[in-house]
Design a protein around this ligand. Structure first.
Ligand SMILES: Nc1ncnc2c1ncn2[C@@H]1O[C@H](COP(=O)(O)OP(=O)(O)O)[C@@H](O)[C@H]1O
Ligand SMILES: [Mg+2]
Length: 253
């Protein structure tokens, strides 16, 4: 493999310098973490699945005019993206109570919310990604009021699109997290969806059975995570498994 400069190694991905200025290569690892890195395992094939699924979602978003950092997938584990200036926030959109919101507010997991609810968390591993208010965000300069308005609007558009896509394959989009970055064009800046959209960053429940098809399978030891993600990919028509060849007959199971 040609040598290239690593820019950042995170918990689930590695960023390398891209072939052209302003681009990066995102490498999807099999590393799977929960509880801010307390629980950590390698799950064979997870990176391949997330690379494919994130490509699928980002391309779908682009097709309805939602700007993203995605340029193209390069191979099973890597994709070319636009380098952006990340806003240090996680934008969470929720349709159904679950996870930390259920705990914090004493809501039963699975309780539908009256409308999509957006939350912001500061992306800071040392602090355990604390929830922050818009007041905090503006006062500490993590984003401007205009950025906040744009992030809410991006979050809701991603929610509409992803909810519909998932509903079409019998899956409820309970909640998800996106990360957003700035791209500069002359004097203007634009916000784009960056990082990844995958079952690592969504809660996905089978509509019929309630079965979890997302990272909670790992967080809560509910079974085989790669099987769950493969099921999502299969339903969406994204074929993730490859033994080196993408053509030829495929095992149907
Ligand atoms: N287009 C982009 N340009 C610059 N940084 C990005 C881009 N997309 C994602 N990132 C950042 O790259 C890192 C991806 O690696 P990841 O393993 O998810 O890291 P982390 O453990 O920090 O979440 C994240 O810190 C994310 O904010
Ligand atoms: Mg991350």
């Amino acid at each position: 493999m040609a040598r290239r400069r690593m820019v950042y190694e995170g918990k689930a991905k590695i960023l390398y310098e891209g072939p052209e200025p302003g681009t990066l290569i995102q490498f999807f690892k099999d590393d799977t973490t929960a509880g801010n890195g307390e629980k950590h395992e390698l799950i064979d094939g997870k990176g391949v699945l997330n690379n494919r699924l994130s490509e699928h979602f980002m391309e779908g978003l682009a097709s309805i005019g939602v700007p993203t950092h995605f340029i193209k997938r390069l191979n099973m584990r890597e994709q070319l993206v636009r380098a952006v200036e990340m806003i240090p926030l996680e934008v969470v959109v929720r349709n159904v109570a679950a996870g930390s919101m259920s705990k914090r507010l004493g809501l039963e997991e699975g309780a539908p919310l009256p409308r999509p609810i957006i939350e912001f968390y500061l992306k800071n591993d040392d602090l355990g990604d604390p929830i922050v208010s818009e007041e905090h965000i503006i006062a500490f300069g993590w984003a401007s009021q205009q950025d906040l308005d744009d992030m809410v609007s991006l979050g809701l558009r991603v929610n509409d699109f992803m909810s519909g896509m998932m509903r079409g394959v019998g899956i409820r989009l309970v909640d998800f997290k996106i990360e957003i970055g700035r791209v500069f064009e002359g004097d203007f800046q634009r916000l784009v969806v960056a990082d990844e959209i995958s079952p690592d960053s969504c809660r996905l429940w089978d509509i019929e059975t309630g079965q979890k098809l997302d990272k909670d399978v790992f967080r809560r030891d509910l079974g085989n995570l790669a099987d769950a993600y493969t099921e999502v990919a299969r339903r969406l028509g994204v074929m993730p498994r490859s033994n080196g060849s993408n053509t030829g007959p495929k095992l149907v199971h």
